[in-house]
Design a protein. Structure first.
Length: 256
């Protein structure tokens, strides 16, 4: 997958050299190209922003500079990328959106600083290519760069060959299929007892069927405790519903 990022802080993306992302890039699975937006600003100060029409605080990023940068970046290929503009006023970024993006051959991220990019840029490119304004959560960051890092990591780990264990992504919280709308339950490793805390006995039993059912029950339990609003939307089996009834009836005193 090719990913282009146009930003006034390309150095913000140094973490993409590390760990899974770094390895995916070394293996050629992920081709990340960073661009300094100021290279398309031609005045001596390399100005990329200006005061907002209508007044108000802060600055707005200038459309001509973004337009020139995007045109140059997309001119390199016949096809067009899916363009993503991070903004708190965008559509929510979810695991389903990450999967949708992971199926694209080319993504172009346009993170803004200040009060955002002149809205005509989104109107203009929204007619040329598939453009999404996307929010990573209901809070406001100082700029879109951190949101881009979040999205790249969520997307890249879904690409074939990035995760060591090919099945791990299907067990994730929110993974489409069995884990849709469910949080993953607790996990344990050796030693079997640590500071008087014991690993649940079932996990040491070697009984795969029972372990799978226990894990499913723990996912249901955790979701009921922490994100009860997700449960209603879950596609649950009769066994799942029975588990939920038990946890509800017991008041489930065990917090985790
Ligand atoms: N830029 C600032 N805040 C953001 C958010 N919550 N999501 C995406 N981009 C942002």
């Amino acid at each position: 997958m090719r990913i282009d990022v146009i930003s006034i802080f390309p150095e913000y993306f140094a973490p993409l050299d590390v760990s899974l992302m770094g390895k995916a890039r070394d293996k050629g699975i992920l081709d990340v190209r960073l661009h300094q937006l100021r290279e398309w600003a031609h005045d001596v100060h390399k100005t990329v922003d200006d005061t907002p029409y209508g007044g108000g605080p802060g600055m707005v990023m200038k459309p001509e500079i973004w337009g020139a940068a995007i045109d140059d970046v997309i001119a390199s290929e016949e096809a067009l990328p899916r363009m993503i503009v991070p903004t708190p006023s965008g559509r929510p970024f979810t695991q389903a959106v990450a999967l949708e993006y992971a199926a694209e051959p080319w993504l172009l991220f346009a993170p803004a600083r200040y009060e955002g990019i002149d809205s005509r840029v989104m109107i203009e490119y929204g007619t040329h290519l598939r453009l999404d304004e996307v929010s990573i959560g209901d809070y406001v960051l100082a700029g879109g760069e951190a949101a881009v890092l979040v999205m790249i990591e969520a997307v890249a780990r879904l690409l074939p060959g990035v995760l060591g264990n090919a099945v791990s992504a299907t067990d994730d919280s929110f993974a489409p299929g069995a884990m849709e709308n469910l949080l993953e339950g607790p996990v344990f490793t050796k030693p079997p007892v640590w500071r008087d805390h014991e690993v649940p006995e079932i996990l040491l039993s070697g009984h795969h069927g029972k372990i799978a059912r226990w894990r499913r029950d723990q996912a249901l339990r955790r979701t009921l405790q922490k994100r009860p609003e997700l449960i209603e939307r879950g596609d649950l089996s009769a066994a799942d519903l029975k588990t939920l009834d038990t946890f509800r009836a017991d008041g489930d005193p065990v917090a985790d």
